[in-house]
Design a protein around this ligand. Structure first.
Ligand SMILES: Nc1ncnc2c1ncn2[C@@H]1O[C@H](COP(=O)(O)OP(=O)(O)OP(=O)(O)O)[C@@H](O)[C@H]1O
Ligand SMILES: [Mg+2]
Length: 946
């Protein structure tokens, strides 16, 4: 076995404590890494890998970084999901006997970052701790050590509850037993597990025993559910182990129940684009982006939390809406509030830094400036006339004592470093003032000496200077050296053109000046630490203040956005009905550059139907509409006004969204299996108070099976759950469900066809569509003409065959044309403009404003005479309609002509085989067959015939 040098032995012993982190081992002015750490760090940080002798035969790989730029490197490693243990020399090397003693002073992990560079200003950085107390009973704690927030709850049920909750916080680090972490990893539908650092904790890895009583007051612990105690202990133990310092800012435990908030699974959050977009995961384009007009960082973070956790309590929602309403109507108050908030810094993080011990004098000045605004904020809150704001401001403790302490002690523009002095104001401390005077006097004395020496020697260029190595010196150019009095000057340093000297007198004064300066710096540091300590005792007050200010900021933000976009106050109710008049999608509306967003109604009630089956062309706005309904409900539940003319919104316990596989590009997880697993969760968890949105149900598999599943799921939701449901589909055949499911209504997106042009009106109308205009959309997208022509050709062939099948089946079965007073479901599905329905054109353009609707619709003028799309659901020019119907009638006639002879033949021969075939045809469930299935069926029959 190789024998290493004592230092390397020391390194290895320390490294054994932190197997999962890079060990930054302090050697003089560098942090060095050795062995595997060095190889990995060199690769990750792109620094040079060297080596050194360590006692063994082979050189030890090594790389290092200067200690003063360590923060940058640490930030880079943390960003890549690594941990870094910082090991310092803990004794003075000159005093050390043998190897200098070294210890790990802190372990930086993704969940425990305090460095502003690695922290997003308007997002929290959570560490989550999870425990499973007994099967199906979980403790859950989320902590942001950069702000001191700690949220704790207990969860009872399946592991998906934990993943749902995890998704609220987007933690950067997760603590739990290895088994539990594995379970979470396996239950990772939204792919979040790849971006979180998982730190397994077990009895064998825990070195410190902490008691919760050391951290939290009795009252805080009393509120903690028994199931969550071990979880909080696991968290605090880890924080103690890694931070090795005071965590006085983590004082308050916010215990909540999961059912206090609306529950959403990870996909729903993604699909609704609450805090980031699906496409590129950016904030821009998300609901948060739209609603965020907060001016403080903590307001920004709080708004994010509100969006992630919509409320379930009617009273609490009403309270929020009241504040928003007051501010909505008072532009001046709102603006004053905004201006006052602009001067407020990130109090939460400032306060955390004070407690954590890394706040500098500038942080204290920022705290002072923020506190200066508080009386004004309080005044604005009181004057707003809002009951909610009055209640809030009554709880504000302005902390003006804290502000005064900082004001009397700290300079207005102190330096960044707390080690170089220059922070404390004159008059704050008598001895410091004396030292300052001594130092100032000393400097004056030196200026005086310079003058005297010039006179004594007659050398005008003589000067007195200072540097760190030689201290004060008298400098004379070489040419003037003869003017110096013999024996009076002691030579110190020779330069190219000059010589530097000292005199006993200068030496003495220098001692006094430097001593005063050193003492001054030390004393300032000490005074600063005392003040910081003193402020630490007031952390709770400051944290509460921060939260209240953040809340005011969120109110002004929601009010500002609501007013700017003409949102209205929703009526919140606890009954079933959801009614939205002229609803809009807030984000799509905000980003639309050319044209207006077309508003649509929503009515979901027990009487008028709680389920909407939406069909209609591609690009028609189905997905937008369905998301808009969900977002309006969610906005109401966070206490914001909603984009509608008026809205009555019930409190939803959950929103589920399922977006067809092809729409879901996140993390390569968009398989049909995942979709089905999600639907499984939905069938298990949805209640009558939930809102379910399924976009393109059953799309990821074969048409027949997809449609079968779609129908079965719709029936299940309708019969067994009775929740509000919006389903969009391109399976137009499903429209017949309206006849059998009392609570289901067909809707479609109106389209206007004129000539060869199709205009999407984006207007939701009752009835079902019969086409998707898929090829037309492909044409707009610019697919080659050849493909488009061929597509139409094939489509017509498919259709012709389908019609043929229908004609044959009807003929063979002897049923002929359906009775004129009761159209078949299929026909009905193809005729959305049934007489009882309003004319689609009217619904689409209430003010006959075709000119308003048309410019924003997608249109294309095909160059080649492409066959006209064949939708019957299209909103047609009334005068055109008969012609088109005739046209389609003609197509059908030609098909029937071919099959017209069939019944004749059947009758004439009366062959038993044929009768059997007729029987088969009769009993065939054509309604529930896809065209493909039907064609196969027909093919079979034909085979039997021949
Ligand atoms: N109400 C509206 N007013 C104006 N523009 C709209 C409206 N709804 C949707 N749009 C625009 O139409 C585009 C397509 O809408 P959407 O994706 O909802 O269509 P879709 O019916 O779901 O299509 P597909 O069947 O292909 O999924 C949107 O990106 C948006 O720009
Ligand atoms: Mg869509």
């Amino acid at each position: 076995m190789a024998k290493y040098t004592p230092m390397i032995e020391q390194y290895l012993a320390i490294k054994a404590e932190v197997q999962d982190a890079f060990l930054f081992f302090r050697l003089g002015d560098f942090y060095e890494m050795f062995f595997e750490d060095a190889v990995n760090a060199a690769r990750e940080l792109e620094i040079t890998l060297t080596g050194r002798e360590g006692g063994a035969e082979e050189r030890i790989p090594m790389c290092g970084i200067p200690y003063h730029s360590a923060d940058n490197y640490i930030a880079r490693l943390i960003e890549k999901g690594y941990k870094v243990a910082i090991c310092e020399q803990v004794e003075d090397p000159s005093q050390a006997k043998g190897v200098v003693r070294r210890e790990i002073v802190r372990i930086v992990t993704p969940g425990t970052v305090m460095d502003a560079r690695s922290l997003g200003e308007t997002s929290n950085n959570y560490m989550v701790s999870v425990t499973e107390e007994q099967e199906g009973c979980f403790g859950f704690a989320a902590c942001d050590i950069s702000t001191g927030e700690l949220f704790v709850t207990r969860l009872e049920g399946t592991i998906t509850l934990v993943t749902d909750e995890m998704n609220v916080y987007h933690p950067s680090e997760l603590l739990g037993s290895a088994e539990l972490l594995q379970k979470l990893r396996d239950n990772n539908p939204a792919g979040w597990a790849s971006s979180v650092v998982m730190t397994p904790r077990s009895a064998s890895t825990i070195h410190t025993a902490v008691s919760l009583e050391d951290y939290f007051a009795e009252a805080e612990l009393a509120a903690l559910p028994a199931e969550a105690k071990a979880c909080v202990r696991q968290l605090m133990t880890y924080l103690q182990e890694t931070q090795k310092r005071s965590l006085a800012h983590i004082k308050h435990i916010r215990v909540y129940e999961q059912n206090q908030y609306m529950i959403m699974d990870p996909f729903t959050r993604r699909n609704l684009e609450l805090v980031e977009t699906v496409r590129d995961r950016s904030k821009k384009g998300s609901l948060l982006w739209l609603l965020d007009k907060t001016v403080t960082a903590m307001g920004g973070r709080l708004l994010r939390r509100w969006i992630e956790k919509p409320l379930m309590s009617e009273t609490a929602i009403r309270e929020r809406l009241e504040a928003v309403e007051r501010l909505y109507h008072q532009l001046i108050v709102r603006d004053e509030l905004k201006q006052a908030l602009k001067e407020v810094y990130d109090l939460e993080r400032l306060v955390a830094r004070i407690a954590y011990g890394n706040a500098n004098a500038r942080d204290l000045v920022a705290l002072k400036a923020s506190l200066r605004q508080v009386p004004l904020l309080k005044q604005i809150g009181e004057a707003s006339g809002s009951g909610t704001l009055a209640k809030l401001t009554a709880r504000i403790d302005p902390c003006q004592d804290v502000m005064a302490w900082i004001d009397t002690a700290i300079q207005d523009e102190p330096p960044v470093s707390i080690r170089d002095g220059g922070m404390i104001k004159a008059g704050y401390h008598a001895y410091l003032d004396q030292l300052r005077e001594a130092s100032t006097n000393g400097k004056q004395w030196i200026a005086e000496l310079e003058k005297q020496e010039r006179e004594r020697t007659g050398v005008k260029s003589l000067k007195i200077g200072y540097n760190k190595v030689f201290g004060y010196y008298i400098e004379v150019t070489k040419a003037n050296l003869p003017s110096l009095e013999e024996g009076r000057y002691e030579r110190k340093q020779t330069l190219a053109n000059a010589e530097r000297f000292v005199t006993p007198e200068l030496k003495e004064k220098e001692g006094l000046i430097l001593e005063a300066q050193e003492k001054m710096v030390d004393l300032e540091y000490e005074l600063f630490m005392q003040l910081r300590e003193k402020l630490s005792a007031h952390i709770s007050r400051l944290q509460q203040l921060a939260e209240l200010i953040a809340t005011m900021d969120v109110y002004q933000s929601l009010a500002a956005v609501s007013a700017a976009n003409r949102y209205t106050k929703p009526a919140i109710g606890d009954d079933f009905e959801l009614r939205v008049d002229e609803g809009r999608h807030p984000v799509v509306e905000a980003v639309m550059q050319d044209g207006f967003f077309i508003a649509n109604h929503t009515r979901l009630s027990r009487e008028d139907g709680s389920m909407m089956l939406i069909t209609g062309p591609n690009m028609a706005g189905k997905s937008t509409y369905m998301r808009q309904v969900a977002i309006i409900c969610l906005m109401a539940q966070i206490g914001c006004f909603v984009p509608a003319q008026s809205a009555k919104v019930p409190i939803l316990d959950r929103i589920f969204t399922r977006i067809g596989a092809a729409d879901d590009l996140i993390g390569g997880q968009s398989t049909f299996m995942v979709e089905m697993m999600d639907i499984q969760v939905m069938t298990e968890k949805a209640t009558a108070r939930s809102l379910v949105i399924i976009d393109e149900l059953g799309r990821g598999t074969s048409t027949g099976e997809g449609m079968a599943i779609a129908q079965a799921v719709i029936e299940f939701l309708h019969d067994k759950i009775g929740c509000k449901t919006l389903v969009s589909t391109h399976f137009h055949e499903l429209a017949h469900l309206e006849e059998t499911l009392a609570g289901l209504r067909n809707y479609c997106m109106a389209v206007k066809e004129s000539g060869r042009q199709v205009t999407f009106l984006r207007k939701l109308i009752p009835g079902a569509a019969s086409t998707s205009y898929g090829i037309y959309c492909a044409q707009i997208a610019g697919l080659p003409g050849g493909i488009i022509d061929r597509s139409y050709e094939l489509l017509h062939a498919f259709e012709a065959r389908a019609e043929l099948l229908q004609g044959e089946s009807e003929a063979v079965a002897g049923i002929g044309a359906p009775p004129s007073d009761k159209p078949s479901a299929l026909q009905e599905a193809q005729m959305p403009n049934r007489t009882e329905l309003p004319l689609a054109a009217d619904a689409a353009m209430p003010d006959a404003g075709a000119a308003a609707a048309e410019p924003m619709a997608m249109t294309a003028e095909p160059e080649t005479a492409a066959p006209a799309p064949f939708a019957a659901a299209a909103v047609k020019d009334p005068q055109q309609q008969p012609e088109q119907v005739k046209e389609s009638g003609y197509v059908q006639l030609s098909l029937f002509q071919e099959t017209a002879a069939a019944p004749e033949r059947t009758k004439k021969k009366s062959d038993p085989k044929l009768e059997q075939l007729a029987e088969q045809l009769k009993s065939a469930d054509l309604m529930n067959m896809t065209p493909m299935m039907a064609m196969n069926f027909l093919f079979d029959l034909k085979k039997q015939l021949s």
